[in-house]
Write a protein that binds this ligand. Structure first.
Ligand SMILES: NC(=O)c1ccc[n+]([C@@H]2O[C@H](COP(=O)([O-])OP(=O)(O)OC[C@H]3O[C@@H](n4cnc5c(N)ncnc54)[C@H](OP(=O)(O)O)[C@@H]3O)[C@@H](O)[C@H]2O)c1
Length: 361
């Protein structure tokens, strides 16, 4: 890319926003030129606005420290300084829907980490290795919004990334029933142990809204574009329980699967190891070389050993074995704020850039 695209981060002071800042610090295609957050942070330098809330293990990049934070609600002012934005604001669903569309209407593409638009029929919800063809609906969305280059694209919830890619790799064996229990890290709630000391040594068997997302969102990924909208798939049936565990980063899933065409264990492992998609073919900057790794050891994947596989953009799978009630069971692990949040959004933006949807204004 001759000249880097100018990017803004909405919700830059939050946990996902900080991940965006860290991931984009030395990005070959993008340069962060604008930061925005709530009116509480507006007018302060980024360093002042974040204060003691910096949650990354690497230091705050020098380049952003003295940037003045804008108010997310001043849409025109923010949009006029950038080619596109990443969105990670925490507002009500209706407010997020409205503000992301408002940015799109200023001809600014929005790549969002939020759930607000995940079921808007003409908004693509994409994992670039799984359903890049859903970006086709962008042209219908632009017609609805009356825009030429502005649109909203989203990525799915962090909880599904430990099993949806796996089930996709096994599609030809036709999974019919899936039971998944997720063991989710506290950073998924935007927290560290410092902010949430009650989580030390604790388990909480409830994460608001998470089970519905974990059961329904994979079906949207596997859906088809019909009449300008995404129609979700109807199979497999998925049931989940989502549990908060005392882990900082990394969502684990323990999964049971029944297939219409029962494969051998060797076939399943071979499909995982060979699964790759457009990001690998196009060698996008954030694409993992190996999307899914299969680990043979009985005690893997482990959060502390495997969560950063492929810079947190790869999925680790282990303990695949036959089951007495279902056909097979396995354990999957993914990084919830990298593959599951900011990293997944950056990879989506890279694919949208490679395909000409995001360009210099
Ligand atoms: N954490 C994860 O792993 C994860 C994964 C998937 C999706 N998400 C979603 O991503 C979004 C951000 O999550 P997070 O964990 O980064 O949250 P967070 O740490 O609480 O950060 C929230 C951000 O939104 C801004 N904000 C809050 N209220 C606002 C308002 N009324 N108007 C404008 N901006 C406002 C905050 O600005 P101030 O600093 O100025 O208050 C901050 O920049 C949420 O919608 C969350 O559900 C998070």
């Amino acid at each position: 890319m001759e000249k880097k695209l100018k990017v803004g981060v909405l919700g830059a002071t939050g946990m996902v926003g900080q991940r965006f800042i860290t991931l984009l610090a030395d990005h070959p295609w993008y340069e962060v030129t604008t930061l925005a957050a709530s009116p509480r942070s507006a007018g302060k330098t980024y360093e002042e606005a974040v204060g003691d809330r910096w949650k990354m293990t690497t230091p705050m990049p020098e380049k952003v420290k003295n940037m003045i934070v804008h108010n997310v609600n001043e849409v025109e002012a923010v949009a006029s300084t950038v080619d596109f934005v990443f969105s990670a604001v925490d507002m009500s669903k209706d407010e997020i829907k409205a503000i992301e569309e408002a940015y799109a209407k200023t001809e600014t593409p929005v790549v969002s980490n939020n759930s607000a638009h995940r079921w808007t029929p003409d908004v693509p919800m994409v994992v670039p290795e799984i359903n890049p063809e859903h970006y086709e609906v962008i042209k219908y969305q632009k017609e609805r919004l009356g825009t030429k280059r502005g649109f909203v694209a989203v990525k799915p919830n962090c909880s599904i990334q430990s099993y949806a890619p796996v089930l996709t790799a096994w599609k030809e064996f036709e999974p019919t029933e899936v039971v998944a229990t997720t063991y989710q890290a506290i950073s998924g709630a935007g927290k560290t142990f410092k902010d949430w000391p009650e989580m030390v040594g604790n388990i909480i068997p409830f994460i608001g809204g998470e089970e519905e997302k974990s059961e329904q969102e994979p079906l949207r990924l596997w859906g088809k574009v019909e009449d300008g909208v995404i129609k979700k798939a109807t199979s497999p049936i998925i049931t989940t329980q989502c549990i908060r565990v005392p882990v900082l980063d990394g969502h684990t899933a323990a999964v049971f699967v029944k297939f219409a065409k029962k494969p051998t264990k060797e076939q399943l492992i071979e499909k995982l190891r060979n699964f790759s998609g457009l990001p690998q073919k196009l060698e996008l900057p954030s694409a993992p070389k190996q999307f899914i790794q299969y680990l043979e050891e009985d005690n893997r994947p482990q959060v502390s050993l495997d969560v950063n596989f492929e810079n947190g953009m790869g999925i680790s799978v282990g303990r695949l074995r036959e089951d007495t009630v279902y056909d097979y069971k396995f354990v999957g692990l993914s990084h919830n704020t990298l593959r599951g949040a900011a990293g997944g959004a950056v990879l989506s933006a890279e694919l949208l850039t490679a395909q000409g949807y995001i360009t210099a204004k």
